[in-house]
Design a protein around this ligand. Structure first.
Ligand SMILES: [Cu+2]
Length: 273
């Protein structure tokens, strides 16, 4: 191993600047034991600092941490500091956007030995599209009908998107349906997708859009919940837990529309669209 200075008994003030000027690997003394965020880690919540734990105490004047984004811009707060026993070295972070970040650290131990390293972590985009689900509910199934209907309201605080599908492990199929009035008769038909506009709540409610659950693998009883996943054209899938209940929680939408006598073939009595 190449040594940039002769001997290892120079005093700290002389040795440290020389060591910092040296390139290539140095003696391995202050080994990185752990890091938060971890090396190669994927996060869903933006970290507020990067904290490194070393095998021995550091001399902070001759140690550094730099965090850069994919464009090479510094995203650390520039306040790298040792913590407690000085075996921990940390730096604050600016508000991070989703992306991959590079951590470059140089650690000079109190006996002047220098180590350095680089690693990356990734902050995942979560709900960055701003779509939220409100007031989801699913009707109890009646008898052995094997069908039910699912309702919810989607609120989009981000970019326009499109609901393109729904799935749940409790039913063989979950299809987007729309109830329409034709000559005063309520009918329902399948729809391939429904546009979601910013700040314009999209309501799935009795008498309008709904999700038709067919081929239930178990009866749905009031008081239970079922897992449901919503699929969008752009946003990542959204997993929700939906309570089984006989009416919407915050109701106040008046009487239900629809006529049981006018359901098309395929729909079974006991399930109001
Ligand atoms: Cu339907």
């Amino acid at each position: 191993m190449r040594t940039p200075v002769s001997g290892t008994f120079l005093c700290l003030t002389v040795a440290a600047p020389l060591l910092l000027a040296a390139s290539g690997p140095a003696w391995a003394h202050a080994d990185l034991r752990s890091a938060a965020p971890a090396e190669g880690g994927t996060l869903t919540v933006a970290p507020t600092e990067v904290s490194l734990a070393f095998s021995e105490s550091l001399e902070p004047r001759f140690s550094s941490i730099e965090i850069t984004d994919a464009a090479g811009q510094r995203v650390d707060a520039g306040n790298a500091h040792t913590v407690g026993d000085a075996q921990h070295f940390a730096v604050g972070l600016k508000t991070l956007a989703p992306g991959t970040y590079t951590v470059r650290w140089q650690a000079t131990s109190v006996d002047t030995h220098k180590t350095s390293g680089t690693y990356q972590f990734t902050l995942l985009a979560t709900e960055s599209t701003g779509i939220t689900v409100q007031q989801a509910w699913v009707r109890p199934s009646i008898g052995a009908s094997g069908t039910s209907a699912l309702y919810f309201t989607l609120v989009d605080a981000g970019n326009p998107d499109r609901l393109v599908g729904v799935s749940t492990p409790v039913a063989a199929s979950a299809d987007l349906h729309e109830s329409i009035s034709e000559n005063g008769i309520m009918k329902m038909r399948g729809v391939a997708g429904v546009a979601i506009e910013r700040d314009k709540p999209l309501r799935f409610a009795p008498g309008g859009y709904h999700v038709m659950l067919m081929g239930l693998k178990q009866p749905l009883k009031a008081g239970e919940t079922i897992p449901v996943t919503l699929q969008f054209q752009k946003a990542p899938p959204l997993a929700i837990t939906v309570p089984v209940q006989t009416a919407p929680t915050a109701a106040a939408h008046g009487h239900e529309m629809g006529s049981m006598g006018s359901m098309p073939a395929g729909a079974k009595p006991g399930v109001k669209p």
